[in-house]
Design a protein around this ligand. Sequence first.
Ligand SMILES: Nc1ncnc2c1ncn2[C@@H]1O[C@H](COP(=O)(O)OP(=O)(O)OP(=O)(O)O)[C@@H](O)[C@H]1O
Ligand SMILES: [Mg+2]
Length: 250
Amino acid sequence: MVGRVKTGIPGMDEILNGGIPERNVVLLSGGPGTGKSIFSYQYLWNGLRQGEPGVFVALEEHPVQVRINMSQFGWDVKPYEREGSFAIVDAFTGGVGEAAKRERYVVRDPEDVGLLVDVLKEAIRDTGAKRVAVDSVSTLYLAKPVLARRTVMVLKRVLSGLGTTSILVSQVSVTERGFGGPGVEHAADGIIRLDLDEINGELVRSLIVWKMRGTRHSMRRHPFEITDKGIIVYHNKVVRIGRTFTIQEA
Ligand SMILES: Nc1ncnc2c1ncn2[C@@H]1O[C@H](COP(=O)(O)OP(=O)(O)OP(=O)(O)O)[C@@H](O)[C@H]1O
Ligand SMILES: [Mg+2]
């Protein structure tokens, strides 16, 4: 029996046959605006609410903006930061600016993966984190694609080694069918792909679990919604994208 970490996202744990197997490093891949950041926030927030500490690594946005984004869904992490069960690793500002001076975990050179790992380890140890989200790993190797696999392997060793179950956000372009490149896709223990498709003049959200080591999972494409309370996955509905597009009862 594998231990599982429940995402707590409505409908998602049903698709995962109970949750993400413990210590898995999951690539959360998708194009712009598909809901990757919101998924990551919700995953961490649901952990906090049930007493599981977490760490968010901000590479795309200012930590201040991350707190604002989360609070828009009613997820106020500040009390958890104060009590020491939640931390944001600032790998965005490089320590530049007034607001950055108030951050506790700052990566002075966000391009330096070794440095980032050191700060991340410290944040995981201090908080006792069980869940980690890195938004996004793509940022770490955008300029140097050859380093992609090595970067993900380094993170995987640290994240899994310290006992966390983690999400690595991977950005792909709108038209790309993959998940972030061959090195990265094989290194990850799991891949969840979020999609946004324009059908008859309307954008439709769906997701599919492409792989998840250590468990059985749904092999279907499920519709989901983003609401003021976060993501809701319709695990008993499937989306068929072909010549025609339909949403049906599973
Ligand atoms: N309160 C809300 N209600 C409904 N939908 C929302 C709400 N807030 C945001 N969204 C939707 O979520 C999208 C942004 O999601 P998110 O930031 O998670 O995307 P992302 O995959 O991280 O994108 P990127 O790769 O550009 O960072 C918005 O474009 C919008 O469609
Ligand atoms: Mg994002």
